[in-house]
Structures are given as structure tokens and as C-alpha cells.
Design a binder for this molecule. Structure first.
Ligand code: GDP
Ligand code: MG
Ligand code: ZN
Length: 301
């Protein structure tokens, strides 16, 4: 192997990362200086980096410019890059047990729009939504979006095949709350990943008790999956009053017809958003998601 090459960051732990080389090999690498910051200034899982090897020790020299990045807000409100350079993010929601709230879907979707990562919805536990009511509801809420929706059952295998086909090309990241069926889905889609998941997570778990970083897992001819750690709650990063509306394209479209330029869409006269809500052309759940995120922003000041 040459002593200087471009590699992908497979996972990160403290001041080291695991690199994935084009050859398929993996090696630990040191993150020098500010590169170990697990935020925007540092290295993220999925990053392409310049790596150098001196005295049999790899080190990351430089992070190449990112195509996109999926961000969340940490507990101290800091920016965390969950992953970078994904061709798509699979937002996983369960149709039942638990029935994922639209507000949760919207949080993950907003982060995808903000970070420039194309989003796909995967609705798991289709076998528990026998009449298909929840699938129809979610389809109708997002019908005006440029968004593919895949209802699947990890138990019966229904709906798995078209999704597997989509995943054969490029990097797909998986995201969603705990318990929605992410691990089951990965196993149903790409059973051969199991061993690699254990190897890579064992590496990143060394010296710590929990795995907090995502895992970049190549498979097939030209594909990779990015598995993200389980989450109880997700707070998107980078939202402000000035850009939130743009991240709700259905609402933004409506605001152009509001009477007041600075309409807050709460109680103003001739508010097109409130009118659409009344006429049920804007789903109440979308309106709620929007105002919920807006009020969280205001709490920040
Ligand atoms: N009925 C049904 N149960 C599922 C399905 N997918 C996952 N589960 C169950 O949901 C629970 C959580 O699944 P898991 O894959 O661990 O979720 P994760 O926390 O997102 O990784 C487990 O008990 C699974 O057996 C599905 O498609 N149908
Ligand atoms: Mg899991
Ligand atoms: Zn308005």
C-alpha cells in the first residue's frame, strides 16, 4: 500500500478513526490537532480524507470538501456531524409498536433538507398495519414532496426487494429513533453485513463503553451503508427563524399568499397557511411540526 492515499472514515473514537481504503483494507489512524473534534471542524464518518503513513502509523492529514452532511444538535447545543457524503438518507419510522409521530419524521426530514442529503422514508412493521391506514396517511401528508416512501416488513420480507435494489449503488445512511426496526431492517436488506458491523463497532467501542459514532460499512460492488447509533430524541442543528420556512417547502409555498410579509401564521388575518389548515390542504401535523420547531428555536435565545 502506498504511504499516502485517499480513504474514507469508517468510524471515530476519541482521537483516532478507522479508515477504509479502496482496497477494502481498514486501519486505525491518528487525528491530529483540530481534526479530532467531533463536529464541523473535525472529521466525520463518511468523510474522504488524505491519509499518510509514517513508521507504520496512519494519520489523517486533511478532510476533503464534503458533498453534504447530516447534522444534529448535541446536549450542549454543539454541532455534531452524524455522517457526511451520503447519496441518500433512509429515514426509518415504524407504522405501529411504536407508531412513529409525524413530528419525528419531520425532524429527520428537516435535517436532510438542511444538510443537502436526499431523503427516503422507510416505514417498517407493515405487517402490523394490516389495513394500511397509517401508510395511506403518511403517503398523503408527503404527496407533494419529492420523496420516495417504502413500506416494508422486516418479518415477512414484504417491500424489502425494491429497497435492496435502491441500496446497490452509492452510500445509504440509516437514521431513526430506537425501536423502529433499524437493526432488523439492516439484517433483512444486507445479511452479510452482520460480521462487519461487529468488527467495526468493536473497534470503535474500544476503551469506551458505548458506541457513539456512526459506522461506514461497504458492501457489494459499489455500495455502502452508514449505520447510526440509536437515539431517543433528535434535535436538528442549524435551524433559525430565517431558514426554517425554507425547510418546510409545503408551508413556504403557501406563505407567498399571506397578506403580511412578516406573517407568523398564528392568528394573522388573511394568512394563507391558516386557510390551508382550515381547508385541510395543509395537514395539521405539518403545521404542528413547524410551530414546534419554531418554539424550540425561540427557547434558545
Ligand atoms: N412486527 C414487526 N416487528 C418488527 C419489524 N421490524 C422490527 N421489529 C421488532 O421491533 C423491535 C425493535 O427492532 P430493532 O431492529 O431492534 O430496532 P432498532 O432499535 O431501530 O434497531 C424488535 O422487537 C423487532 O423484532 C417489522 O417489520 N415487523
Ligand atoms: Mg438497533
Ligand atoms: Zn401566514
Amino acid at each position: 500500500m502506498p504511504d499516502r492515499t485517499i480513504a474514507r472514515v469508517a468510524t471515530i473514537a476519541r482521537r483516532t478513526c478507522l479508515l477504509h481504503f479502496n482496497s477494502g483494507a481498514r486501519a486505525s489512524a491518528i487525528l491530529r490537532g483540530k481534526l479530532f473534534d467531533y463536529d464541523g471542524s473535525g472529521v466525520a464518518v463518511g468523510d474522504r480524507v488524505h491519509a499518510v503513513c509514517e513508521n507504520e502509523q496512519w494519520a489523517v492529514e486533511e478532510v476533503l470538501e464534503r458533498d453534504n452532511a447530516y447534522l444534529r444538535k448535541g446536549l450542549r447545543r454543539e454541532k455534531q456531524v452524524m455522517f457526511a457524503n451520503a447519496d441518500r438518507v433512509l429515514i426509518i419510522a415504524s407504522l405501529a409498536q411504536p407508531s412513529t409521530k409525524i413530528a419525528a419524521l419531520d425532524r429527520f426530514l428537516v435535517a436532510a433538507l438542511f444538510g443537502g442529503v436526499p431523503a427516503v422514508f422507510v416505514l417498517t412493521k407493515l405487517d402490523l398495519d394490516m389495513a394500511g391506514n397509517r401508510v395511506r396517511e403518511i403517503n398523503s401528508i408527503y404527496e407533494s414532496f419529492d420523496l420516495r416512501i417504502f413500506p416494508v416488513s422486516n418479518i415477512t420480507g414484504e417491500g424489502i426487494e425494491p429497497l435492496r435494489e435502491l441500496l446497490q449503488d452509492g452510500v445509504s445512511a440509516i437514521i431513526g429513533n430506537s425501536g423502529v426496526g433499524k437493526t432488523s431492517l439492516t439484517n433483512a436488506l444486507i445479511p452479510e453485513l452482520d460480521l462487519q458491523v461487529r468488527e467495526v463497532s468493536a473497534w470503535s467501542g474500544k476503551g469506551t463503553h458505548t458506541t457513539t459514532a456512526a459506522l461506514y460499512l461497504p458492501f457489494g460492488e459499489r455500495a455502502a451503508l452508514i449505520d447510526t447509533p440509536g437515539m431517543k430524541s433528535f434535535v436538528p442543528y442549524g435551524l433559525g427563524r430565517d431558514n426554517l420556512t425554507a425547510l418546510f417547502p409545503d408551508i413556504q409555498e403557501l406563505t407567498r399568499a399571506c397578506r403580511f410579509r412578516n406573517c407568523k401564521h398564528v392568528a394573522e388575518p388573511d394568512c394563507a397557511v391558516l386557510e390551508a389548515l382550515e381547508e385541510q390542504t395543509l395537514p395539521a401535523s405539518r403545521y404542528k411540526s413547524y410551530h414546534r420547531l419554531l418554539s424550540e428555536l425561540e427557547e434558545d435565545y
